[in-house]
Ligand binder design. Structure first.
Ligand SMILES: NC(=O)C1=CN([C@@H]2O[C@H](COP(=O)(O)OP(=O)(O)OC[C@H]3O[C@@H](n4cnc5c(N)ncnc54)[C@H](O)[C@@H]3O)[C@@H](O)[C@H]2O)C=CC1
Ligand SMILES: CC(=O)C(C)=O
Length: 265
């Protein structure tokens, strides 16, 4: 794989959408920091990229822990010498009927999904600030955050998860405004229904409640998709490739919806 001389970090790179983004950005020429709290899957992701001729380093951090995120990002910068793109992708998506929400689940999901986004932004900005834009509007660093279609509209039994994804859109818009003078853009990607372990967990719960299969559970979500199929992680990674690359340099504060045209009530 050719290198474009740039470095990207992807959180939650061990599986699902994060893995697909890491592999795609490596094929775009980025050296990749594969960050995950699961050291085995992070290592596998980095091994996969290196086996394909790319450059990668696996780093361990729980994104809900600010000090761990700062340390892991420093580690990647120490290895590759710079940072250009930070993809705050790691997240949790538990099914939480509204009456079952506990303080513990609320705290945990917000700490990972929202806290992890704050800490990833802070860790990246520290390094982006090492470069000054030569001219007003030049881009020296890009923040890309994972929101969701569940950050646009209501979804059944996802009150905690959905709230974090609405919050991430808000954080992205504010970060875009606050960080623009430093030459840093911030955008979010909003997948629809993506076949990953997270989504399979959500679909399986509905399937179990109805005595049906996982495929039936996924099909219930696909019925709302105009294009007629749920997406694969690579569909999302292709759009994140655009957000990470130079063609989106004049775009900031946006939420890119990648949902196959979901039809809402
Ligand atoms: N799968 C879907 O249909 C959709 C997913 N998303 C979002 O995309 C992102 C990725 O989702 P999936 O790939 O489906 O999830 P997944 O559950 O399949 O993978 C998540 C990855 O993040 C890692 N991770 C989780 N908590 C972490 C923590 N505290 N610290 C470090 N790593 C952690 C896991 O080890 C795993 O490798 C999430 O933010 C999710 O909310 C958004 C819309 C739809
Ligand atoms: C998991 C997720 O983000 C959904 C269902 O939109």
């Amino acid at each position: 794989m050719p290198t474009n001389g740039k470095v990207a970090i992807v959180t939650g790179a061990g599986q699902g959408i994060g893995l697909a983004i890491a592999v795609r950005l490596a094929s775009d020429g980025f050296a990749i920091g594969c960050l995950d709290y699961d050291t085995d899957t992070a290592k596998k992701a980095a091994d996969t990229i290196r086996a394909g001729g790319g450059e990668a380093l696996d780093v361990k951090a729980d994104v809900s822990q600010r000090d761990q995120v700062l340390r892991a990002v420093d580690e990647v910068v120490a290895r590759f010498g710079r940072l250009d793109v930070m993809v705050n992708n790691a997240g949790l998506g538990p099914v939480t009927p509204i009456e079952d929400i506990t303080p513990e689940i609320y705290r945990k999901v917000f700490d990972v999904n929202v806290g992890g986004t704050y800490w990833g932004i802070q860790a990246a900005v520290k390094h982006f600030k090492a470069r000054k834009p030569a001219r007003k509007g030049d881009v020296v660093g890009k923040i890309i955050n994972a929101s969701s279609q569940a950050g646009q509209v209501d979804n059944p039994d996802l009150a905690v998860y959905g709230a974090t994804k609405f919050a991430i859109r808000g954080i992205t818009q504010t970060a875009a405004r606050d960080l623009a003078p430093l030459g840093i853009t911030a955008n979010a990607y909003c997948p629809g229904i993506v076949r990953t372990p997270m989504m399979e967990g959500i679909a399986q719960k509905v399937a179990d409640e109805n005595g049906k299969s996982l495929e039936w559970g996924l099909e219930q979500w696909a019925r709302n998709v105009a294009l007629g199929r749920i997406s694969e992680p690579e569909d999302v990674a292709a759009c994140v490739s655009y957000l990470a690359g130079p063609d989106s340099n004049y775009m900031t504060g946006q939420a890119l919806i990648i949902d196959g045209g979901m039809v809402f009530n």
